[in-house]
Design a protein around this ligand. Sequence first.
Ligand code: SF4
Length: 245
Amino acid sequence: MSDLKSSPRRSRKPRAIVVAPEPAGRARPRAAPKPVDRATLVEVFERFRAADPEPRGELEHVNPYTLLVAVVLSAQSTDAGVNKATRGLFAKADSPARMLALGEEAVREHLKTINFFNTKARNVVALSRRLVEEFGGEVPADVAVLETLPGVGRKTASVVVNVAFGIPRIAVDTHIFRVSNRIPLVVTASPLETQDALEAIVPDAFRRHAHHWLILHGRYVCKARRPECGRCLIADLCRYPEKTV
Ligand code: SF4
């Protein structure tokens, strides 16, 4: 009897490899596309600029201080809702000293239609006090200093220095984070990381307005749940795997 024929190793049939099917509704995640090259990045911003050379934010304000307050109030609230609340507030208090004179109770009353109005009223009064006591009632044109004020984070500080003082910081909110990672201009994991990445790659010619172009695009075209790719002016440049054109 042959040893080979009787060998259990030779007689065993190779096992079939069975690949388990994907559970319904759980498709394998697609690999994220790579960020666009520099020429495409420039083309993206050239198209935004051609369509809207001087984009503007939608928060109503009359000076750097009221802009700062409006941006603080806009966290977790719509610009339209903030504008509705601040029209009456800024008519009475358009400077830190006047806001302190108005007092927290009255500020709270003006803000009661917006989210987290208790905390926001407290922060508005506290930041006004800091501005009066430490900065002569002026808004400092410095992101690092602004970030030390109550209720002010990097995003708020960056919007204020950009809009009020023309310093080309690119504040990143949820819209800009989404749009930047869809196109993608960058591939990042958080808004802060996105700001650093955008500020490193967006050419000087576009940096001042990049924040507004991207935020308005995200708010009105590249919407979170259903982007309107059919009317997107950069659809041919966008690599988002789920774009609808
Ligand atoms: S093509 Fe669609 S997904 Fe891409 S940027 Fe335009 S709206 Fe957004």
